[in-house]
Design a protein around this ligand. Structure first.
Ligand SMILES: C[S@@+](CC[C@H](N)C(=O)[O-])C[C@H]1O[C@@H](n2cnc3c(N)ncnc32)[C@H](O)[C@@H]1O
Length: 246
Protein backbone atom coordinates (compact mmCIF):
# COMPACT_ATOMS: atom_id res chain seq x y z
CA UNK A 1 0.00 0.00 0.00
CA UNK A 2 1.47 3.36 -1.05
CA UNK A 3 1.50 6.12 1.60
CA UNK A 4 -0.18 9.00 -0.25
CA UNK A 5 1.15 11.65 2.18
CA UNK A 6 4.70 10.55 1.42
CA UNK A 7 3.97 10.25 -2.31
CA UNK A 8 2.51 13.78 -2.37
CA UNK A 9 5.59 15.16 -0.59
CA UNK A 10 7.41 14.92 -3.95
CA UNK A 11 4.95 17.36 -5.49
CA UNK A 12 6.62 20.28 -3.71
CA UNK A 13 10.25 19.28 -3.42
CA UNK A 14 11.70 19.86 -6.93
CA UNK A 15 14.64 22.26 -6.54
CA UNK A 16 16.01 20.77 -3.31
CA UNK A 17 15.53 17.28 -4.69
CA UNK A 18 17.52 18.13 -7.80
CA UNK A 19 20.29 19.86 -5.88
CA UNK A 20 20.85 17.35 -3.11
CA UNK A 21 19.85 13.86 -4.26
CA UNK A 22 22.48 11.61 -5.83
CA UNK A 23 22.48 10.77 -9.51
CA UNK A 24 23.06 7.33 -11.00
CA UNK A 25 26.12 5.62 -12.52
CA UNK A 26 26.27 5.23 -16.32
CA UNK A 27 26.66 1.45 -15.82
CA UNK A 28 23.05 1.32 -14.61
CA UNK A 29 21.77 2.70 -17.93
CA UNK A 30 24.18 0.40 -19.82
CA UNK A 31 22.58 -2.59 -18.08
CA UNK A 32 19.02 -1.56 -19.03
CA UNK A 33 19.08 0.04 -22.49
CA UNK A 34 19.73 -2.38 -25.37
CA UNK A 35 21.80 -1.03 -28.29
CA UNK A 36 18.78 -1.59 -30.59
CA UNK A 37 16.44 0.65 -28.54
CA UNK A 38 15.17 3.82 -30.23
CA UNK A 39 12.51 5.17 -27.82
CA UNK A 40 12.83 5.25 -24.02
CA UNK A 41 10.25 6.45 -21.48
CA UNK A 42 11.40 7.40 -17.97
CA UNK A 43 8.47 6.97 -15.59
CA UNK A 44 8.36 8.98 -12.35
CA UNK A 45 11.22 10.93 -13.93
CA UNK A 46 11.34 13.62 -11.25
CA UNK A 47 13.91 16.28 -12.13
CA UNK A 48 15.63 14.00 -14.65
CA UNK A 49 18.48 12.56 -12.60
CA UNK A 50 18.22 9.24 -14.44
CA UNK A 51 16.58 10.64 -17.60
CA UNK A 52 19.85 12.41 -18.45
CA UNK A 53 21.58 9.03 -18.83
CA UNK A 54 19.04 8.05 -21.51
CA UNK A 55 19.90 11.09 -23.64
CA UNK A 56 22.34 10.01 -26.34
CA UNK A 57 21.55 6.31 -25.81
CA UNK A 58 18.28 6.40 -27.80
CA UNK A 59 16.79 8.68 -30.48
CA UNK A 60 13.76 9.77 -28.46
CA UNK A 61 13.46 10.20 -24.69
CA UNK A 62 10.09 10.77 -23.01
CA UNK A 63 9.81 11.77 -19.34
CA UNK A 64 6.52 11.12 -17.52
CA UNK A 65 6.06 12.60 -14.04
CA UNK A 66 3.02 13.72 -11.95
CA UNK A 67 4.75 16.76 -10.41
CA UNK A 68 4.81 19.86 -12.63
CA UNK A 69 7.48 21.36 -10.31
CA UNK A 70 9.82 18.41 -10.84
CA UNK A 71 9.13 18.36 -14.57
CA UNK A 72 9.84 22.11 -14.95
CA UNK A 73 13.38 21.50 -13.63
CA UNK A 74 13.80 18.52 -15.95
CA UNK A 75 12.71 20.61 -18.97
CA UNK A 76 15.22 23.35 -18.14
CA UNK A 77 18.07 20.82 -17.79
CA UNK A 78 17.17 18.52 -20.68
CA UNK A 79 15.46 20.54 -23.43
CA UNK A 80 15.65 17.66 -25.92
CA UNK A 81 13.49 15.39 -23.77
CA UNK A 82 9.72 15.19 -24.40
CA UNK A 83 7.86 15.70 -21.14
CA UNK A 84 4.36 14.69 -20.10
CA UNK A 85 2.47 15.09 -16.86
CA UNK A 86 1.21 11.64 -15.99
CA UNK A 87 1.26 8.71 -13.61
CA UNK A 88 2.38 5.11 -13.88
CA UNK A 89 -1.19 3.87 -13.51
CA UNK A 90 -2.29 5.91 -16.54
CA UNK A 91 0.66 6.53 -18.86
CA UNK A 92 0.07 9.20 -21.54
CA UNK A 93 1.64 7.19 -24.40
CA UNK A 94 0.10 5.05 -27.13
CA UNK A 95 0.12 1.25 -27.24
CA UNK A 96 3.42 -0.46 -28.14
CA UNK A 97 5.20 2.83 -28.82
CA UNK A 98 8.25 2.51 -26.53
CA UNK A 99 11.25 0.13 -26.54
CA UNK A 100 12.34 0.72 -22.94
CA UNK A 101 10.61 1.97 -19.79
CA UNK A 102 12.86 3.02 -16.90
CA UNK A 103 11.82 3.71 -13.31
CA UNK A 104 14.50 5.19 -11.06
CA UNK A 105 13.84 5.41 -7.34
CA UNK A 106 10.08 5.50 -7.91
CA UNK A 107 8.55 2.05 -8.52
CA UNK A 108 7.73 1.66 -4.82
CA UNK A 109 5.34 4.63 -5.13
CA UNK A 110 3.28 2.98 -7.87
CA UNK A 111 0.10 0.95 -7.53
CA UNK A 112 1.87 -2.14 -8.81
CA UNK A 113 -0.82 -4.10 -10.72
CA UNK A 114 -2.24 -1.22 -12.80
CA UNK A 115 1.24 0.27 -13.29
CA UNK A 116 2.60 -3.03 -14.67
CA UNK A 117 -0.41 -3.34 -16.99
CA UNK A 118 0.20 0.19 -18.28
CA UNK A 119 3.94 -0.34 -18.74
CA UNK A 120 3.22 -3.57 -20.68
CA UNK A 121 0.69 -1.69 -22.84
CA UNK A 122 3.11 1.08 -23.92
CA UNK A 123 6.08 -1.26 -24.46
CA UNK A 124 6.66 -3.02 -27.78
CA UNK A 125 6.30 -6.83 -27.45
CA UNK A 126 9.46 -8.05 -25.70
CA UNK A 127 10.29 -4.47 -24.64
CA UNK A 128 12.50 -3.83 -21.63
CA UNK A 129 11.54 -2.51 -18.19
CA UNK A 130 14.39 -1.35 -15.96
CA UNK A 131 13.85 -0.58 -12.27
CA UNK A 132 16.63 0.94 -10.21
CA UNK A 133 17.26 2.21 -6.74
CA UNK A 134 20.23 3.75 -5.00
CA UNK A 135 20.85 2.46 -1.52
CA UNK A 136 23.27 2.90 1.27
CA UNK A 137 26.40 0.76 1.18
CA UNK A 138 26.10 -1.53 4.23
CA UNK A 139 29.86 -1.22 4.81
CA UNK A 140 29.49 2.51 5.53
CA UNK A 141 28.62 2.64 9.25
CA UNK A 142 27.93 6.41 9.51
CA UNK A 143 25.60 6.50 6.48
CA UNK A 144 23.82 3.39 7.74
CA UNK A 145 23.31 5.06 11.13
CA UNK A 146 21.83 8.15 9.42
CA UNK A 147 19.44 5.93 7.46
CA UNK A 148 18.25 4.49 10.77
CA UNK A 149 17.41 8.04 11.88
CA UNK A 150 15.24 8.53 8.79
CA UNK A 151 13.74 5.05 8.70
CA UNK A 152 13.76 3.62 12.24
CA UNK A 153 11.01 1.12 11.44
CA UNK A 154 13.01 -0.61 8.69
CA UNK A 155 16.38 -0.74 10.49
CA UNK A 156 19.25 -1.14 8.05
CA UNK A 157 17.20 -1.19 4.85
CA UNK A 158 15.93 2.09 3.44
CA UNK A 159 12.56 3.12 2.01
CA UNK A 160 13.52 1.95 -1.46
CA UNK A 161 15.22 -1.41 -1.12
CA UNK A 162 12.42 -2.68 1.08
CA UNK A 163 10.04 -2.65 -1.88
CA UNK A 164 12.36 -3.81 -4.66
CA UNK A 165 10.45 -6.16 -6.91
CA UNK A 166 11.43 -9.62 -8.12
CA UNK A 167 8.35 -10.98 -9.93
CA UNK A 168 6.10 -8.60 -11.82
CA UNK A 169 2.83 -9.44 -13.58
CA UNK A 170 3.36 -9.63 -17.37
CA UNK A 171 7.16 -9.51 -17.16
CA UNK A 172 10.04 -11.98 -17.07
CA UNK A 173 13.16 -11.20 -15.03
CA UNK A 174 16.21 -10.82 -17.30
CA UNK A 175 18.90 -9.89 -14.80
CA UNK A 176 19.78 -8.11 -11.60
CA UNK A 177 22.89 -5.94 -11.59
CA UNK A 178 24.51 -4.32 -8.57
CA UNK A 179 26.68 -1.29 -9.28
CA UNK A 180 28.91 0.01 -6.45
CA UNK A 181 30.10 3.62 -6.86
CA UNK A 182 31.26 6.54 -4.73
CA UNK A 183 30.27 10.14 -4.37
CA UNK A 184 32.13 13.12 -2.89
CA UNK A 185 29.62 15.24 -1.02
CA UNK A 186 30.01 18.18 1.34
CA UNK A 187 28.81 17.70 4.91
CA UNK A 188 26.32 20.56 4.42
CA UNK A 189 24.87 18.96 1.27
CA UNK A 190 24.73 15.55 2.95
CA UNK A 191 22.65 17.02 5.78
CA UNK A 192 20.51 19.00 3.32
CA UNK A 193 19.93 15.79 1.33
CA UNK A 194 18.21 14.26 4.33
CA UNK A 195 15.73 17.13 4.21
CA UNK A 196 14.63 15.89 0.76
CA UNK A 197 13.82 12.41 2.08
CA UNK A 198 10.13 11.74 2.54
CA UNK A 199 10.24 10.97 6.28
CA UNK A 200 12.05 14.28 6.98
CA UNK A 201 9.72 16.24 4.69
CA UNK A 202 6.58 14.93 6.34
CA UNK A 203 7.87 15.23 9.96
CA UNK A 204 6.80 18.06 12.28
CA UNK A 205 9.30 20.93 12.67
CA UNK A 206 10.32 19.65 16.12
CA UNK A 207 10.74 16.09 14.91
CA UNK A 208 12.74 17.23 11.87
CA UNK A 209 15.05 19.29 14.13
CA UNK A 210 15.62 16.23 16.34
CA UNK A 211 16.37 14.02 13.31
CA UNK A 212 18.79 16.65 11.92
CA UNK A 213 20.60 16.88 15.27
CA UNK A 214 20.88 13.07 15.32
CA UNK A 215 22.49 13.10 11.85
CA UNK A 216 24.94 15.84 12.94
CA UNK A 217 25.86 13.86 16.06
CA UNK A 218 26.60 10.78 13.95
CA UNK A 219 28.85 12.81 11.60
CA UNK A 220 30.67 14.40 14.56
CA UNK A 221 31.29 11.03 16.20
CA UNK A 222 32.40 8.77 13.33
CA UNK A 223 36.17 8.87 12.62
CA UNK A 224 35.46 8.78 8.85
CA UNK A 225 33.44 12.00 8.98
CA UNK A 226 34.40 13.91 12.17
CA UNK A 227 35.86 17.34 11.33
CA UNK A 228 35.56 16.78 7.55
CA UNK A 229 33.88 19.19 5.15
CA UNK A 230 33.93 16.72 2.23
CA UNK A 231 32.59 13.22 2.83
CA UNK A 232 33.39 10.15 0.77
CA UNK A 233 30.02 8.46 0.45
CA UNK A 234 29.84 4.95 -1.02
CA UNK A 235 26.62 4.14 -2.91
CA UNK A 236 25.11 1.02 -4.39
CA UNK A 237 22.69 1.09 -7.31
CA UNK A 238 20.49 -2.01 -7.68
CA UNK A 239 19.21 -2.53 -11.20
CA UNK A 240 16.41 -4.96 -12.08
CA UNK A 241 15.92 -5.68 -15.78
CA UNK A 242 12.67 -7.26 -17.08
CA UNK A 243 11.28 -8.11 -20.50
CA UNK A 244 7.58 -7.79 -21.35
CA UNK A 245 6.09 -11.25 -21.91
CA UNK A 246 5.08 -11.67 -25.55
C1 LIG B 1 12.25 9.57 -5.37
S1 LIG B 1 11.58 10.46 -6.76
C2 LIG B 1 12.59 9.83 -8.10
C3 LIG B 1 12.69 10.77 -9.25
C4 LIG B 1 13.67 10.40 -10.35
N1 LIG B 1 13.27 9.19 -11.03
C5 LIG B 1 15.07 10.23 -9.76
O1 LIG B 1 15.57 9.11 -9.70
O2 LIG B 1 15.65 11.23 -9.35
C6 LIG B 1 10.05 9.62 -7.00
C7 LIG B 1 9.26 10.21 -8.13
O3 LIG B 1 8.13 9.39 -8.39
C8 LIG B 1 7.06 10.25 -8.71
N2 LIG B 1 5.80 9.50 -8.51
C9 LIG B 1 5.15 9.27 -7.33
N3 LIG B 1 4.04 8.54 -7.57
C10 LIG B 1 4.00 8.30 -8.91
C11 LIG B 1 3.11 7.58 -9.77
N4 LIG B 1 2.04 6.96 -9.28
N5 LIG B 1 3.37 7.56 -11.09
C12 LIG B 1 4.47 8.17 -11.60
N6 LIG B 1 5.36 8.85 -10.83
C13 LIG B 1 5.13 8.90 -9.50
C14 LIG B 1 7.23 11.43 -7.78
O4 LIG B 1 6.52 12.57 -8.21
C15 LIG B 1 8.74 11.60 -7.83
O5 LIG B 1 9.16 12.49 -8.84
Amino acid sequence: MVDQTLARSFLTAGADYDRYRPGFPAEAADAIVPASARVALDLGAGTGKFTELLVGRVDRVIAVEPSEQMLAILRAKLPGVETMIGAAESIPASDHSVDVVTVAQAFHWFDREPACAEIARVLVPGGVLGLLWNRTDPRCAWDRACHRVAHPAVGDTDETTSSAAEQLPGFDVVERVTVPWAESISRADYIARWHTVSSFMTASDAERARMTADVERILDADPATAGREILDLPQITDVYVYRARV
